[in-house]
Design a binder for this molecule. Sequence first.
Ligand code: VG1
Ligand code: CO
Length: 580
Amino acid sequence: FTVTRKETSPIDSQKPGTSGLRKKVTVFKQPNYLHNFVQATFNALPGEQVKGVTLVVSGDGRYFSKDAIQIIIKMAAANGVKRIWVGQNGLLSTPAVSCIIRERYAADGAKASGGFILTASHNPGGPHEDFGIKYNMGNGGPAPEAITDKIYANTKTIKEYFISEDLVDVDISVLGVSSFQGPEGTFEVEVFDSTTDYVKLMKSIFDFESLRKLLSSPKFTFCFDGLHGVAGPYAKRIFVEELSAHERSLLNCVPKEDFGGGHPDPNLTYAKELVARMGLGKEAPKDEPPEFGAAADGDADRNMILGKRFFVTPSDSVAIIAANAVQAIPYFSSGLKGVARSMPTSAALDVVARDLNLKFFEVPTGWKFFGNLMDAGLCSICGEESFGTGSDHIREKDGIWAVLAWLSIIAYRNKDSLDGRKLVSVEDIVRQHWATYGRHYYTRYDYENVDAGAAKDLMAHLVKLQASLPDVNKFIKGIRSDVSNIVQADEFEYKDPVDGSVSKHQGIRYFFEDGSRLVFRLSGTGSEGATIRLYIEQYEKDSSKIGRDSQKALATLVEVALKLSKMQEFTGRSAPTVIT
Ligand code: VG1
Ligand code: CO
């Protein structure tokens, strides 16, 4: 093949967000849009991370992925990359890409130096929906801000890109290696099974024998919803083939380019079928719900954990995993190095960290901040309120891992009683946790696709208020006299303890005297307008008060938050799009 230099010019709006560049497919299909971003990425990396290296290219299989993979292969060849690794049919979950970058070796002993992940995660897919691309580094984690800022700067000055137009398309449905001769020698594309490396890693972390015992026990019933994302093939391999769950326990586990028209986001609003099957929501089931239910998002890095008629908040989930990991999961048997959560995530994990005397970190939203801590050996388990949970086995959050972690905890808690007494259920485990550590009532309100200007004004208003807390307190006492005082307010700023880099404006926070907290942030993953996220949290230590319905328990704080922020005045919205 030959290499062609193409002239191009900058295209607006190529700033990577919380997790890569996400836009409508129609935007990505504009001439040169993808090409500019890919070349800007190659130009942002040090030369030795492009020339002669191996790169992974794959994703959640959403619409436009197949075209994008061929374009990236041709551009990689032209930029001097030596080898591209592709999961069969272009499918690799985000955690699997991280695993492959870290663990896979080529026949010549080479490892991948990074990879492009093609996904817009939990956003819908299809010709009129979203596509996305992000670059992960040699540690398997998302590119840090220093690189994403450079990529963005490059997109604003780009004049040329390189592509091998005469390289034939590679059939990515067929396993095997294709070799091509180019100006700088041999270029290779290897297509391999999407699940093998990842399954091997999971087997090295969990006790598959005891998980198999749990899943084949008649007392334990199980259900997993892949939401037609890329989790499906992994679920089939692990839950059905390895752990002998019944095929029937898998819902929507065939990946589809448009996720079956759904919104592949594992929460109580969008995972409707699973939620109904678990006996939650409006549609009461005819059958007895399973003991355990879970779902993952489009790229399988998020997870939702449900018990029978019971929802586990993600903030509780990471705290419970951390509290049980050493006993229940072989990978952690020698102890935890530390734990971390994103700022808006509830303080349930903080309480566990204090109790177990563990190092603890609070980082900005988005997984990229956990990676540095893990690389420095400071953190074993981490999580976000947005249904993200994971550990230092890779450098991404990991939906299937979270399910296996929960199954391990259930197996451990029931290890002596699987054929005798009543099963210790998901709900039992959570309630026992609350009884020990107290409960963090928690809810998040999302206002999706609001006018970007209005969202900015609302945030500016909230920052301005922080200048005078006495006035704020007077105002909120006027709404509800029983609400506790705000004692501190700020914008979250993070100084990375490993590399010293500083990230500013990471969310507006109001702290109350009784430990409650309000947080306001603008989303960095949407593709249209702005999304305002409001996070509301209240801590309850009194064990007689930990059994309340969370929306009821938080009603006062919600009212205060909405009035303080003038939500309806600024956005015109009388209700959020999604409540989790
Ligand atoms: C959201 C979540 C954040 C998560 C990010 C990527 O970001 O809040 O916690 O890390 O999505 O998740 P934002 O900026 O929209 O709030 V995924 O599964 O979409 O890669
Ligand atoms: Co995701």
